[in-house]
Design a protein around this ligand. Structure first.
Ligand code: SF4
Length: 337
């Protein structure tokens, strides 16, 4: 990953988010820093509950209003801190300049409106008084772009398969040509073969439109396929980040990331069994005082349980682990960029 200031579109620094109820306080995102470069794709990887979606919802300021709270940090988009602008400005940015695609297309589509009308509505909403002919032309173009014949604009969501529905959702998200697309597990709900088609389509569109993307996934295979950079989240923290090359083939690897790789099937290996990471992610309402991965880590040392590791930088590669501490590489504040 490039250093700060070099073509960074989205720059998150030391973000801390909690969910607070009468019963408990959940530390969902802890001191997270990451950056998305213009026109590039950052894969945000981790297990369910690692804080990936909370990070995405914080960018759009869409956390549940009764429980979610951003305690500190900044989220700069094109140099402007999204946490400091008013709700009217934020509404302009949402959908127009930053769009989001969710896992389940049915939660995003209106079942009683034709898909063409839904795309037209998104275009109208973000473009004021555009002539009807121009809107119609754009609806047809965007449908073609996501591989749907324009005549299907008069059909309803239930007439489309899961993969086609997700194409429609992506069409709506891209209809306003956002600078940043946040895609939260966009293919998880789809069959494997359809997943590949939709991923290829996302990749092509990104290349054609030059849209930057934050791709949330638990699948390292998807990261290898379409991401430029990757940040690995665990228990609310970014524990490793860098270019895909740094993280996939570099000489240093965080024990958690190593565990993720070991739990992948390897077609070339003779091993008959996968090696899952033993144990569970810690309770986010009761995080351990030291390294959050310590209870599951095979490389655990005494210091790990007592002290939270600082992020260490090796070129563009960042690791948050005592194995890569003082004496081996310079420690830096924050993490994940
Ligand atoms: Fe394992 Fe210690 Fe590194 Fe945490 S800091 S990942 S416990 S070696």
């Amino acid at each position: 990953m490039e250093n700060k200031g070099e073509n960074i579109l989205l720059d998150i620094e030391n973000l801390k988010v909690i969910y607070k109820t009468d019963l408990e306080t959940v530390e969902a995102v802890n001191d997270v820093s990451l950056a998305v470069r213009r026109g590039r794709t950052l894969g945000l990887v981790g297990e369910t509950g690692a804080g990936k979606t909370t990070t995405a919802l914080s960018i759009l300021r869409l956390l549940p209003s009764t429980t979610g709270r951003i305690l500190s940090g900044k989220i700069e988009f094109n140099g402007e801190d999204l946490l400091k602008i008013d709700e009217n400005m934020m509404r302009v940015i949402r959908g127009n300049r930053i769009a989001m695609v969710f896992q389940d297309p049915m939660t995003s589509l209106n079942p009683v409106m034709t898909v063409g009308d839904q795309i037209a509505e998104a275009i109208e909403l973000h473009n004021g008084k555009m002539p009807k002919e121009e809107i119609d032309r754009r609806v047809e173009n965007i449908l073609q772009m996501v591989g749907i014949i324009p005549q299907r604009r008069f059909e309803y969501p239930h007439q489309f398969s899961g993969g086609m529905k997700q194409r429609v959702v992506i069409a709506i998200a891209l209809s306003c040509e956002p600078e940043l697309l946040i895609a939260d597990e966009p293919t998880t709900a789809l069959d494997v073969t359809i997943q590949a088609q939709v991923l290829n389509m996302i990749k092509e569109l990104r290349d054609r439109l030059g849209t930057a993307m934050l791709l949330i996934t638990h699948d390292l295979g998807i990261v290898a396929q379409i991401c430029d950079d990757v940040a690995v989240m665990y228990a609310g923290e970014v524990i490793e980040s860098g270019s895909v090359e740094d993280v996939f083939t570099g000489d240093a690897r965080h024990p958690y990331t190593a565990g993720l790789f070991n739990s992948l099937p390897d077609l070339h290996s003779q091993a008959k069994r996968l090696k899952p990471i033993p144990g569970l992610m810690p309770d986010p309402s009761n995080l351990p005082p030291g390294c959050v991965f310590a209870p599951r880590c095979e490389s655990r040392m005494d210091a790990c349980e007592a002290h939270r590791p600082k992020t260490v930088q090796r070129g563009s590669h960042r690791l948050r682990c005592h194995l890569f501490g003082a004496g081996q590489a310079p420690a830096v504040g924050g993490q994940g960029r």
